[in-house]
Design a protein around this ligand. Structure first.
Ligand code: PGA
Length: 224
């Protein structure tokens, strides 16, 4: 079974800090082996730069336009802009986008379909109150073409990570709602100190703050 380790840099780091991360990463990067897939979702401004640099990790996006074609969409990045530099993964529907940009499940579903069309796996973020509607929208989408990231709002960026025990209970509920075979990740204050709680409970992790430092990110990727 594939294990997904996805970091989300959010709107952090400048170019010098990105370069410093990559230089340090070369020194601390763990061996992923056969089963682990690791990617960092970076601010769009650094995406092509890192993609061309081959930094030793798969470079992912944090969002994509709802518009499926190039054209008159000032400020947007569409899937057609990604021709030739398609990412393997893109995070969509993060709670910050839902709260700060009013994104609904329906908007997020459209973005997912755009990404799937270019062969990119959307990592669709949801909290418990969004899962039924999202699962319904995804009913006709093949389960190997997308990934769900369960991110309890209170656990994000707060230090209040969900215990492994509670996550196990909630996963039983989630896997009843989503179609069998969908990979489900957990996100919310994952750190090297608590990562062991989640191995064997979920298919992977979505990590914010702790993915910004090569050492902590390497420890998480190694331990999971
Ligand atoms: P965090 O962020 O790891 O900093 O809590 C998780 C996320 O927002 O995806």
């Amino acid at each position: 079974m594939t294990k997904y380790l996805i970091g989300n840099w959010k709107a952090n780091l400048d170019l010098a800090e990105v370069d410093a991360f990559v230089a340090e990463w070369q020194k601390v990067a763990p061996n992923l082996g056969e089963e682990k897939k690791m990617a960092l979702a970076v601010p769009a401004i650094f995406y092509t730069y890192l993609y061309k640099k081959s930094p030793g990790f798969s470079v992912a996006l944090q969002d994509i336009s709802i518009f499926g074609e190039c054209g008159t969409h000032t400020g947007e990045v569409t899937v057609e802009n990604l021709r030739g530099i398609e990412p393997e993964f893109a995070v969509i529907g993060h709670s910050e986008r839902r709260a700060q940009f009013g994104e609904t499940n329906e908007v997020i579903w459209h973005k997912a379909q755009n990404l799937i069309r270019i062969g990119c796996k959307p990592i669709i973020c949801v909290d418990l109150d969004q899962i039924k509607e999202m699962a319904h929208l995804l009913e006709k989408t093949p389960t190997d073409q997308y990934i769900i990231a369960y991110e309890p709002l209170d656990a994000i960026g707060s230090g209040n990570n969900l215990s492994g025990e509670l996550l196990r209970e909630n996963m039983a509920f989630l896997s009843q709602i989503f179609a069998p075979g969908v990979a489900i990740l957990y996100g919310g204050s994952v750190k090297p100190e608590n990562v062991n709680e989640y191995s064997g409970v979920v298919d992977g992790l979505l990590v914010g703050g702790a993915s910004l430092k090569p050492e902590s990110w390497a420890a998480i990727v190694e331990k999971f």
